[in-house]
Design a protein around this ligand. Structure first.
Ligand SMILES: [Zn+2]
Length: 135
């Protein structure tokens, strides 16, 4: 299960999460986040890392009021599919805003935020969330 991931793996994933690094498939052209070695669309392993744009638009969202225990202290919170400006869809939490003020079409930008605290050892993971884009 996800919360049993070892610390070294968290550290390996740090750079990818911090910099919004996704994958770009050389076979079918699909871009996706987070990066993985195999394309989720066509199964090709011809995937290269790409720096994704850090701004996008909320496509769909939902308010989570009864989350898994590891996220309980953050409830209620908003999870959304964010359509980045290059078309990549990113599932992410929306932060720095009251859940009632999130709407489809809202402009957002990536921000580094605490993601969760892991169990009894209290390891804090950081990751990319999205906050309203002040224009
Ligand atoms: Zn592909």
């Amino acid at each position: 299960m996800a919360y049993l991931r070892s610390v070294p793996r968290v550290w390996r994933e740090r750079e990818i999460k911090y910099r919004l690094i996704g994958g770009a498939c050389r076979s079918c052209g699909r871009r996706f986040y987070p990066y993985r070695q195999t394309c989720p669309a066509c199964g090709s392993e011809e995937v290269e890392r790409v720096k994704l744009p850090e701004t996008g638009t909320v496509e769909v969202f939902t308010v989570v009021r009864s989350p898994p225990s590891e996220f309980a202290e953050q409830a209620p919170y908003v999870v959304a599919l964010v359509r980045l400006d290059d078309g990549t869809l990113v599932p992410a939490q929306i932060t720095d805003v009251d859940p009632g003020e999130v709407y489809e079409g809202m402009r957002v930008e990536a921000a580094l935020r605490r993601y969760r605290t892991q169990g009894e050892r209290g390891i804090i993971e950081y990751g990319i969330k999205f906050r309203p884009l002040i224009q």
